[in-house]
Design a protein around this ligand. Structure first.
Ligand SMILES: Cc1ncc(COP(=O)(O)O)c(C=O)c1O
Length: 425
């Protein structure tokens, strides 16, 4: 397309973007494996896995075949009063995952809708059981999506502030990976504030800056909340599929009452959200009394193409080839983190499963930045043929599992160069 810059600027609005950034707008025409290609044939390593959705690599043949097969049989049908094989098979496969609540699954369209469903389910369940619930709880620094419910539980930053009056009541617990949590203080707060549910990104806050916390720190808090009857909602939209080292982070913690998945669930091919719930919560949706039933739905609920892709993703994920690739990636990310921690103390170099992250300390740091370091890193990455998606002053890589050693070396080499450039002044 010849005049694409003009068409794009005139007719499109992009997420979290401003016309000032349009200079570096990429026009991607195809993708293969770990690479994206622009209209001039220039190759870019997809170090952000296309906003964390891509799992095995672009155009992975097994997923292409699964999509083609399913589209020949049934592309879509409404899911109210109708069922189909891909949804039934996928629901069974998901509830069998370690760390997943084993009741039922409610499908929706993306990460944010999976969270909306979770918040409504928790509220619904509590209203039927104990009544007396006043709010939700969430960690400071979290991100759960851009719909109103999900936004309410995220950090109340510049992106959220303009909508404050529209938000659901959420009280925040200070995210504190270093010091942990004072359980007695929290117990008292539960009694005063009466939270219906606690929404958390287990072990790894993604958009908040790849902030990690250990299972030893988080687990006692989750156990206390569970004991006190607070519904646990694990947001595994990002952490699913190895981002914390295991298929689900909840495997390393406790099984939540509700668990949300999306992003890599279809290998990065199609949008799909899944909200898994405990048997007790599943039962609460099935009331004889019409006024007490759970009412929610989307036109594309349980889309058969997306469900077929998710089934194939689960199958591939447990195959020896991908397990080998995954372990190699985890190890190489860990080694770099260790090396950089010694070399560049200020970088807070860290890794967690397939994720590697470093900080570039600045006065106004964090995702909600006014400093331009994130932009600088992004632009320099593009020049080097690597697509990063820095979070303010945090540069990270979470590449597709197919990434070859040469591409992985290039990503690490670039990060190393940037650390030398900005931290060794
Ligand atoms: C932890 C977490 N939850 C929810 C979401 C929202 O997902 P989506 O962008 O698909 O709506 C995101 C997106 O980045 C996320 O990281």
């Amino acid at each position: 397309m010849e005049n694409w810059k003009h068409i794009d600027a005139a007719f499109l609005r992009h997420p979290f973007s401003h016309p000032d950034d349009a200079k570096e707008m990429l026009y991607v025409v195809r993708a293969q494996g770990e690479f994206l290609f622009d209209q001039q044939g220039k190759q870019y390593i997809d170090a952000a896995a296309s906003w964390w959705v891509n799992l095995f690599g672009h155009g992975h043949p097994a997923l292409v075949r699964a999509l083609a097969r399913q589209s020949e049989t049934l592309a879509h049908v409404m899911f109210s009063g109708i069922t189909h094989t891909p949804a039934m098979e996928l629901s069974q496969a998901l509830v069998a995952l370690k760390g997943c609540p084993a009741g039922a699954v409610f499908f929706s369209d993306n990460g944010s809708t999976a969270i909306e469903v979770a918040m409504k389910l928790a509220w619904h369940f509590q209203a039927q059981n104990q009544g007396d619930k006043a709010c939700f709880w969430a960690f400071t620094g979290g991100y759960h999506g851009d719909t109103l419910g999900a936004m309410s539980a995220g950090e109340r930053d510049v992106f959220v502030k303009p909508y404050t009056d529209l938000l659901a009541p959420v009280h925040f617990l200070e995210y504190n990976p270093e010091l942990g949590y004072d359980l007695e203080v929290i117990r008292r707060r539960i009694q005063q504030e009466k939270p219906a549910a606690f929404l958390y990104e287990p072990l790894l806050q993604g958009a908040g800056g790849m902030r990690m916390q250990s299972a030893e720190t988080l687990k006692p808090l989750l156990e206390l909340l569970k004991q006190e009857g607070v519904v646990l909602i694990a947001d595994e939209v990002f952490t699913g599929f190895g981002r914390t080292g295991t298929t689900l982070a909840s495997e390393q913690l406790i099984t939540p009452d509700i668990l949300c998945m999306s992003k890599a669930l279809t290998g990065g091919f199609m949008p799909l959200g899944a909200t898994l719930m405990s048997p007790q919560i599943a039962d609460a949706t099935e009331q004889a009394d019409r006024s007490k039933r759970f009412y929610h739905g989307h036109s594309y609920t349980a889309n058969p193409l997306a469900c077929a892709l998710a089934l194939e993703t689960l199958k591939e994920w447990s195959s020896p080839t991908w397990i080998k690739n995954f372990n190699a990636l985890v190890q190489s990310q860990q080694e770099r983190a260790l090396e950089w921690r010694q070399q560049f103390e200020d970088s807070q170099a860290r890794s967690c499963g397939s994720v590697l992250a470093v900080d570039f300390p600045r006065k106004n740091s964090g995702y909600f930045y006014t400093d331009s370091i994130g932009r600088e890193l992004y632009v320099q990455g593009l020049k080097a043929g690597i697509l990063f998606r820095p979070l303010g002053n945090v540069l990270y890589s979470v590449p597709p599992l197919c990434i070859g050693s040469e591409a992985q070396e290039r990503v690490h080499g670039f990060m190393d160069d940037m650390l030398k450039k900005y931290l060794h002044k």
